[in-house]
Design a protein around this ligand. Structure first.
Ligand SMILES: [Zn+2]
Length: 333
């Protein structure tokens, strides 16, 4: 099973530390003129999503960024992303411009790349059934348009399209999977899992979709729990992505593997005072444990420094190393 690490502009460049790094980039998480050539080292594989999830969940994406990325048609470029309903936001996305932006991110690079169809994430539990159904039919319509665009363009062999399955329960996910399978894609991604959080409800949905789409053609979006990652691997799932290494690093969390453990940082200044964050004092480190990651072999103390951008990046690389080690059962190369 392949692990795509979610990458935001400003995160550590994981491919510098891992020759086999697979990166997930979202259109809306990089500047409008960003290309993969801007990285110090290109990833081994790339997954470029449509930005729809980020657009729906973030309230602070600048309209300029969206407009410059072709996320809005000209008429919509003056609208404020944060001030709109989800429906208004997504209704102004253009599948054609999203695909063009995905391909411009890749440029002339021949990296094996998955490009995701634009979808309509269902993340708001307060939506009516009618609104949720509309999200699904719109996702299917976007997939049709995506397929048509790909046929028109005759894509290079290193670019693989992925349709996104959306639904709000087992039946609607299966229905969406059926409809997308009829359009026929080499790969399918399963979205809308983020609000579930718990392992069993997530796995229930994955198993339902895997009864229609073979696990080896399924990507599972936004997985962070180790138990879930290992269960997906056991099922023979094609791939998953996680933003957990960098997110945990930003929250001053440090991972170790074999077995997987999670620690906080005990700053000298916090002696006797109330601690921030959820990790208890007993699980906080004042010095790093033994580690062979590319950061710790040179500057092990750097992962314990709080508040500085460079140290958060270093911690992100350390966390990535251990998360990947859990999955691959082997150190990164
Ligand atoms: Zn380390």
């Amino acid at each position: 099973m392949e692990f795509f690490v979610s990458w935001y502009h400003g995160d550590a460049c994981y491919p510098v530390y891992d020759n086999h790094c697979s990166l997930l980039v979202s259109i809306t998480s990089v500047p409008f003129d960003w290309t993969v050539q801007s990285l110090l080292q290109p990833p081994r594989r790339l997954l470029i999503d449509s930005g729809a999830f980020h657009l729906v969940t973030a309230s602070s994406i600048s309209p300029r960024l969206l407009a410059d990325n072709g996320m809005y048609d000209e008429k919509g470029a003056t609208l404020k992303a944060g001030a709109q309903s989800i429906e208004e936001k997504i209704s102004q996305l253009s599948p054609k411009k999203v695909l063009e932006r995905q391909l411009s991110i890749l440029g002339e690079e021949q990296i094996p790349t998955i490009v995701c169809a634009l979808d309509y994430p269902i993340l708001d539990p307060h939506l009516s059934l009618q609104e949720k159904s509309k999200c699904i039919t719109q996702t299917i319509a976007f997939a049709w348009e995506f397929k048509h665009l790909l046929e028109e363009r005759r894509m290079s062999s290193h670019v693989t399209p992925m349709a996104i399955i959306q639904g709000y329960d087992i039946d609607t996910l299966k229905w969406c999977a059926h409809e997308l399978a009829a359009i026929d894609f080499p790969l399918y991604g399963l979205g809308s899992l983020a609000p579930l959080k718990r392992h069993e409800p997530i796995m229930e949905r994955v198993r339902a979709v895997a009864s229609i789409i073979e696990p080896e053609r399924l990507h599972i979006f936004g997985v962070s729990a180790i138990q879930t990652i290992l269960a997906l691997k056991e099922m023979g799932i094609h791939s998953f992505d996680s933003a957990r290494p960098a997110k945990a690093a930003a929250y001053n969390e440090i991972f170790y593997s074999h077995p997987f453990r999670r620690f906080g940082i005990l700053e000298p200044s916090s002696e006797g005072s109330k601690l921030k964050g959820r990790i208890p004092r007993v699980n906080r480190l004042t010095e790093p444990l033994k580690c062979q990651c590319p950061i710790c072999v040179e500057h092990p103390e750097s992962i314990l420094v709080v508040g500085k951008r460079a140290n958060i990046k270093a911690r992100g690389v350390h966390n990535y190393y251990h998360l990947k080690r859990v999955l691959c059962d082997a150190p990164i190369c």
